[in-house]
Ligand binder design. Structure first.
Ligand code: ZN
Ligand code: FE
Length: 255
């Protein structure tokens, strides 16, 4: 049986996410940006959390760790490489680690780039991935602790997940990302249609997430380093994929 997922806003533009395995009754919280909205979501669903799955150490992803641990006596899981910076951490994971939510298998994918220890969580049985600040809808995270080739390798791993995988991200940045995406890939009709849909959703105050790997492959310039039209637009027809990625990331930083 697939997991059930509750997504909601925290802080200004962070997403909070609850993942519930109906068979076992277990619930995981993906990152803990803010206690209040997480408590409201738990009340709304009636779910009791058993663990927090931390993606990376930034304050907007771990701020409610200790408060939630105190309240629910839950287990906090996070990347080994960032354990010193993750409040209340009980258990560490790295590339290839496997966790379980009931019988649901959770595979850990190391996705450094935004931070040096960032991990993503993939539930192959439910075809869902939580990529936090590595892969965004139409974007990717800023490179605070790593060079572009590191993020490129991380994104390549996520791009290789099944196209039908549903993807939940750390932030509602999609509208700004769409504007940038159109600046490097202006002739992509799938992107133009998606940008229009995103504008309409935001006008109504609705979230643009989750997305899917397939949708990102056809519209997200940070996964389209191979695309001839983007390469031509950048004047990088003969460059390596990682170089194209680095150029797109640099342009976004200055956009
Ligand atoms: Zn972050
Ligand atoms: Fe963040």
């Amino acid at each position: 049986m697939a997991v059930e997922i509750e997504q909601f806003m925290c802080r200004t533009d962070n997403f909070g996410v609850l993942v519930h395995d109906p068979a076992s009754g277990q619930t995981a919280i993906i990152d803990a940006p803010e206690e209040g909205p997480i408590l409201v979501a738990l009340k709304r669903t009636g779910w009791t959390p058993t663990m927090i799955l931390t993606t990376h150490h930034h304050a907007d992803h771990v701020e409610a760790n200790l408060a939630l641990k105190e309240r629910f006596k839950l287990r906090i899981v996070g990347p080994e490489a960032e354990k010193a910076k993750i409040p209340g951490i009980d258990e560490t994971v790295e590339e290839g680690s496997v966790l379980h939510l009931g019988d649901e298998r959770i595979e850990v994918i190391a996705t450094p780039g935004h931070t040096a220890g960032h991990v993503s969580y993939h539930l192959p049985g439910s075809k869902v991935a939580f990529t936090a600040d590595t892969l965004f809808a139409l974007g990717c995270g800023r490179l605070f602790e790593c060079k572009p080739p590191v993020m490129y390798e991380s994104l390549k791993k996520l791009a290789a997940l099944p196209a039908e995988t549903t993807v939940y991200c750390g932030h509602e940045y999609t509208l700004a990302n769409a504007r940038f995406a159109l600046s490097v890939d202006p002739t992509n009709s799938a992107l133009r249609e998606r940008a229009a849909r995103i504008e309409a959703l935001r006008v109504e105050g609705k979230p643009t997430l989750p997305t899917t790997i397939g949708e990102e492959l056809s519209t997200n310039p940070f996964l389209r380093w191979h695309d001839p039209a983007i390469r031509k637009h950048l004047g990088m027809e003969k460059a390596g994929d990682a170089e194209v990625f680095a150029e797109i990331r640099k342009r976004k930083d200055n956009f």
